[in-house]
Write a protein that binds this ligand. Structure first.
Ligand code: ATP
Length: 355
């Protein structure tokens, strides 16, 4: 097991696309680390560059303190699990799991014993003689993990490991993966575009945009204090409200003509800011009160145990999570009052100003 350090790691593809732009990142030994970001931000390139499947055009990769930047994939001692699992269809589960050991010239009996032991640990004990085509998606995923685990690499690299599973299997596999990683305490880097998955699984997350790291933090940190409006709009299962505001006298923020309290911020009068608050952190009512934004109810979405209400008013569109049993008729006027202690303010350049 080992820490992974990336120092000013860059990748420019032939043709000039900058997929990684001087990425600095240290993943601790035993950490479960997520690379999160929208399509095309460079997640897969980053993972493949750690694995040695892509050559860096600048910077360095160190694994367990060793500079592996110039080493081929086979000499980096990391295991990569691909999105499509890349199992050999003509081989049994047992042979699939044992394959890397065969490449390492481990003897047949030892290979089979190791494969059986790993399969058992992943709940695949009864399936050793089947072929991948005779397994469910979740079982195939576990075979791919077992194959990666069988030779005890220094780190696991997982590229969207859950993306081929249906919604329910995904949740099960997520819990399974988390438990497994806790037990093995192996360094694990996984790529996902699904912020909920990153929040649920990772010890820490790096949020990437356009080849650059925009924030690194624990799930709680990136959820509660997104460092910039990019991260703020990307994290959260309902999107953060990002409203144009201006600092008024007495420290309030004028949004759509309504002065709203926003906690301590120290910003000067007249400064233009983005007033940010999650839909979960607004109170909803049908009577006008101080510190509440009025708006016409234009959309009501059922979230199961709650409803997501969109109000259109002078501040623009504001979304509020409202209890499931509160009636919210379309076309009526509602009032959304942000909780001041949950408000974040961003400067004109999109960086967090307060708190
Ligand atoms: P996705 O979630 O869609 O898989 P990603 O975040 O993993 O996206 P990458 O696949 O790393 O993104 O791609 C980053 C950028 O590099 C994109 O602009 C992509 O078009 C470009 N790119 C990726 N592979 C190559 C390649 N082999 N040649 C040229 N450009 C590439």
């Amino acid at each position: 097991m080992a820490a992974i350090e990336l120092a000013a790691l860059s990748k420019v593809y032939p043709g000039g696309v900058t997929a990684l732009d001087a990425v600095d990142l240290t993943i601790a030994d035993g950490e479960f680390f997520a690379l999160l970001g929208p399509s095309g931000c460079g997640k897969t390139t980053l993972l493949r560059t750690i694995a040695g499947l892509e050559e860096a055009t600048g910077g360095a990769v160190r694994i367990g303190g060793d500079d592996v930047t110039a080493l081929p994939p086979g000499r980096r001692d990391v295991a990569m699990v691909f999105q499509d699992y890349a199992l050999f269809p003509h081989m049994s589960v047992s042979d699939n799991i044992a394959y890397p050991l065969r490449i390492k010239k481990v003897a047949g009996a030892e290979r089979r014993a190791k494969a059986a032991e790993t399969a058992e640990a992943l709940g695949l004990g009864g399936l050793l003689e089947r072929r991948p085509g005779q397994l469910s998606g979740g079982q195939q995923q576990r075979v791919a993990l077992a194959r990666a685990m069988a030779y005890r690499p220094r780190a696991f690299l997982l590229d969207e490991p859950l993306s081929n599973l249906d919604a329910r299997m995904r949740l099960e596999a997520r819990t399974f993966l988390k438990r497994l990683q806790r037990e093995l305490r192996v360094t694990c880097v996984f790529v996902t575009h699904d912020q909920a998955e990153a929040l649920a699984l990772a010890d820490r997350i790096a949020v990437l945009d356009d080849g650059r790291v925009r924030q690194i933090g624990t799930p709680a940190e990136v959820f509660r204090r997104p460092a910039n409006t990019f991260v703020a709009s990307f994290i959260g299962s309902t999107p953060m409200n990002l409203l144009d505001g201006v600092v008024t006298g007495d420290g309030r923020i004028g949004v759509g003509g309504v002065p709203l309290p926003a906690g301590e911020h120290g910003l000067p009068d007249g400064e233009r800011v983005t007033f940010a608050v999650r839909p979960e952190y607004l109170g909803y009512g049908t009577e006008p009160v101080a510190g509440a934004l009025p708006g016409r109810v234009t959309v009501v979405e059922n979230l199961g145990s709650a409803q997501l209400v969109t109000l259109d008013g002078d501040a623009g569109s504001v979304q509020v999570v409202v209890d499931e049993d509160v009636p919210v008729p379309l076309g009526t006027t509602g009032y959304a009052a942000p909780r001041p202690e949950r408000v974040l303010l961003y400067r004109g350049d999109g960086e967090l100003a307060a708190p």
